[in-house]
Every structure is written in structure tokens, then in C-alpha cells.
Design a protein around this ligand. Structure first.
Ligand code: NDP
Length: 400
């Protein structure tokens, strides 16, 4: 029997989630798209001809407004595809109304560039008591990256010891500077300190201070920077045999040059300043100047490659393993009028929602994706556009 889903956020990723959900009407039989700017919802809905997508204006910072919309539409699941700032207000509204929840990025407070799961994990008991489920971070990374680790743990290793998540965007969108997902969230992420897990503790490094070339399938070597990424926190908790966990992401010279200048002049700051008699936050002003992530798809060439390089033990022997997906920006645009980064986030979000609504990934409480059985996800994700590949015992050129 079909279910109702309320999707909040009509940006680059929201567009993909709506289109992919609408392509599975036997599960998502009724869809509502709600966001701050209703005209963006209407534009997406108007382009989906085979299904009537309802739309609504919603300020998802406001719990009573979300509760009222949930009571009106009566969804089985709310998908937060707006921003991490809205995670807790939407979780509160789900608790009040008894509706399941899914998001793609963990909560961070607006006035502090810091993300960690503690705020959302604190809902565990309340979600259990209410009999509802929250699936956290079900995009690609976080999301599919952890499902890759769960798949490796289930089928390839007795113990995982070393993990490198390697994320490359070798695409060209033709703009001098643009971010592939929400500019504010993206710039906050990469300008904060780097952090990785080693021998039972977090090591903190200055932003972008560790980097090296990593060889990506079908792309070749690309300079990659060690960043802190949220899934490291849940992975080292859920796989306590991990001795080292790191996250690497590529950035082009052009991107880094612009970022350096913007930082130097202070326009990436999250501290309010007075401008012509009113308070503004520089990074919010910058966001208004930059291209919307959802607008980059049409002329984007090249591809993304995201995977997990893993070392560990199987049957008493050392083993290495590499699992990855490559996604061409043009294929993403053809399938969902999106660039590859929005696409690789939106497709796993749809599949996670589908598995929840089918009862396959359904248990009350708050969970990260690696806590779910990876098999139903891994057997279906290729069919929805993100096929995976694996190599057993590759040479992993990483020094430990
Ligand atoms: P966009 O900036 O393109 O879209 C964000 C959308 O949220 C916009 O439509 C915006 O409305 C809406 N929104 C913002 N604030 C509110 C609010 N208070 N109430 C209602 N709607 C609001 O971002 P993306 O689509 O690129 O990113 C969406 C999410 O996906 C982010 O949380 C991002 O961190 C996450 N992400 C996760 C990835 C993963 O792999 N896990 C990778 C990439 C992104 P308006 O149009 O009015 O501004």
C-alpha cells in the first residue's frame, strides 16, 4: 500500500528526492514538497507530469508551523532535505505528531560552525517511546559511505581496522566559483579544523593542512584534503575495532584560490556585522551572491567518485578492500535535472525512505545508516542510478 511523504527543502537535493520518489509511486503514492520559497516547490512540481505533487510554504525553523502542516497532510514520513539547522525543529514536530523522520546532514547550530551527533542522538529514548524512527544522514556521505562500511563488515571482514573515505568531484561546472551543495553549509564545513580518528582519540589539525594525491577510478590522481566529516563519529562508535578513520575530499586550485581570498577579506565569517544600520552575517550575504547548487546541472561535465578504502582482518589474514561509485554529472542531469552532488545525495535519501516505509528498515529509535542491514540497500541502489563496484585486496597506497 502506498504511503505519504512530506519532503521539506526545494533546493538542489530536494529536487532530486522529489523526482526519485515520484518515480516509485507504488511506495510514495502521495508527495508534498514544502519549503521556505513556495515558488521553488511549484516549479519542481510543475515539471513532474505523471504525478500531482502538492506544495506548501513552510518555515521549518518554526515547530508549530511544521506540526500544523503534518496534521494537515498526514504523512507517514518527513524527509528533511532543507538544512542541518532545521534537524531538531523537524524532529520535535515528528515527535509531537508521531511521524517517522529522515535527513541527510547532522544538526549544527547556526551561530557555531560545529557539527556532532550528540544533539540528535539525544532523541533516542523519546523516539523509541513514541514508536517512531529517525534515520540520520542518509545521503551519500554521510549515508551510502556508511552503508559501504556496513557491507564490508558483513561480507568481507571479521574486523575493520583502517578506513579512508575518499570523495572526489572531478567535474567542471564552468563557473569561477560555486559550491555543489548549500554554500553556507559547505564553506562552514571546510573552513573549520580538520579532525580524524587515530588510536582511540580524535586528532585535530588546522583546516586543509594535510593533503595528498589520491588515485580515483576512471579519474586518476587528484589532490585530496583531510576534512572532518560527520560519519566518522558514528562509524568509530558502531565499529569499535577501527583504529584509524579519515575523510578526504578533492578541491581544485581555482576553488581554493577563491576560498582563500574570501576568508582573508572576512566574507566567510559567521559572526554578525553591522552594515548600513542593520546586522548581517557575512556568509549569508555571500550565499546570496553565489550560484544555487540546483542551477549547476545543465552544463556540468565530468564525474564524481566516492568510495571507502578499508583494511582489516578476515579469517586471521590481512585484507584490503575498496568499494566505490562513480557518477557522471550529465547522467544525473538526464535522470533528475541535477548535478552529480545533489544526485548522489538525493538518490540514497529516496532509497532509505523507501526501505523505511516498506518496513524493511523500520525500528523505533534514532539510527545512523550503518546500523541498518546493508543488503536490501546494496541490491537496489544500482537500479536507481548509483551502481557500486568493489575490488578485493587492492594495493592501498596509504601509509599507516
Ligand atoms: P540548497 O541550498 O540548494 O537547498 C536548501 C533548501 O532548503 C532551499 O530550498 C531552502 O529554501 C530550504 N530552506 C532553508 N531554510 C529553510 C527553512 N527554515 N524552512 C524551510 N525551508 C528552508 O541546499 P542542498 O539542496 O544542496 O542541500 C540540502 C541538504 O543536503 C543540506 O542539509 C546539505 O547539507 C545536505 N547534503 C548532504 C550531502 C550528503 O551526501 N549527505 C551532500 C550534499 C548536501 P530557499 O530556497 O528559500 O533558500
Amino acid at each position: 500500500m502506498g504511503k505519504r511523504v512530506l519532503i521539506i527543502g526545494a533546493g538542489g537535493v530536494g529536487n532530486v528526492v522529489v523526482r526519485k520518489c515520484a518515480s516509485v509511486p507504488e511506495v510514495f503514492s502521495e508527495i508534498m514538497l514544502a519549503s521556505r520559497t513556495k515558488s521553488k516547490c511549484d516549479a519542481i512540481a510543475a515539471d513532474i507530469k505523471h504525478m500531482n505533487i502538492k506544495t506548501a510554504a513552510l518555515d521549518a525553523d518554526n515547530v508549530p508551523e511544521i506540526v500544523a502542516l503534518i496534521k494537515e497532510f498526514k504523512p507517514d514520513l518527513v524527509m528533511n532535505i532543507a538544512l542541518p539547522y532545521q534537524d531538531l525543529t523537524i524532529m520535535d514536530a515528528c515527535l509531537e505528531t508521531g511521524v517517522h523522520y529522515l535527513d541527510t546532514a547532522n544538526y549544527e547550530p547556526k551561530d557555531e560552525a560545529k557539527f556532532e551527533y550528540s544533539w540528535q542522538w539525544a532523541y533516542q529514548e523519546r523516539f523509541k517511546e513514541k514508536g517512531i524512527m529517525a534515520l540520520l544522514g542518509c545521503g551519500f556521505d554521510p549515508g551510502q559511505s556508511q552503508i559501504y562500511v556496513a557491507h564490508a563488515a558483513k561480507h568481507h571482514f571479521d574486523e575493520i581496522h583502517y578506513l579512508d573515505i575518499v570523495d572526489c568531484n572531478a567535474g567542471d561546472h564552468g563557473q569561477a566559483f560555486a559550491t555543489n551543495f548549500n554554500p553556507e553549509i559547505n564553506i562552514r564545513e571546510i573552513t573549520q579544523d580538520g579532525k580524524y580518528w587515530e588510536d582511540g582519540e580524535w586528532k585535530i589539525i588546522p583546516a586543509m593542512s594535510i593533503h595528498k594525491a589520491i588515485d580515483y577510478p576512471n579519474i586518476g590522481p587528484k589532490e585530496s584534503y583531510l576534512l572532518y566529516h560527520e560519519e566518522l563519529e558514528s562509524l568509530v562508535k558502531n565499529f569499535p575495532t577501527i583504529k584509524s578513520a579519515r575523510f578526504w575530499m578533492t578541491f581544485g586550485a581555482q576553488y581554493l584560490k577563491h576560498l582563500e581570498v574570501m576568508q582573508n577579506i572576512g566574507i566567510t565569517s559567521i559572526k554578525p556585522i553591522m552594515f548600513q544600520g542593520r546586522e548581517i552575517i557575512p556568509i549569508e550575504f555571500l550565499k546570496a551572491l553565489l550560484p544555487e547548487p540546483g542551477s549547476l546541472g545543465e552544463n556540468y561535465s565530468g564525474e564524481t567518485s566516492i568510495g571507502c578504502q578499508i583494511k582489516g582482518i578476515k579469517d586471521g589474514k590481512d585484507k584490503t578492500y575498496f568499494i566505490w561509485n562513480n557518477c557522471k554529472h550529465q547522467d544525473a542531469d538526464n535522470d533528475a535535472k541535477a548535478q552529480g552532488v545533489s544526485y548522489t545525495t538525493g538518490v540514497p535519501a529516496m532509497l532509505g525512505a523507501k526501505l523505511m516505509l516498506e518496513g524493511i528498515w523500520m525500528k523505533p529509535g534514532v539510527y545512523n545508516t550503518e546500523e541498518m542491514d546493508p543488503d536490501p540497500f546494496m541490491s537496489q541502489i544500482g537500479g536507481y542510478g548509483l551502481p557500486w563496484h568493489e575490488e578485493i585486496n587492492p594495493v592501498l597506497p596509504h601509509e599507516y
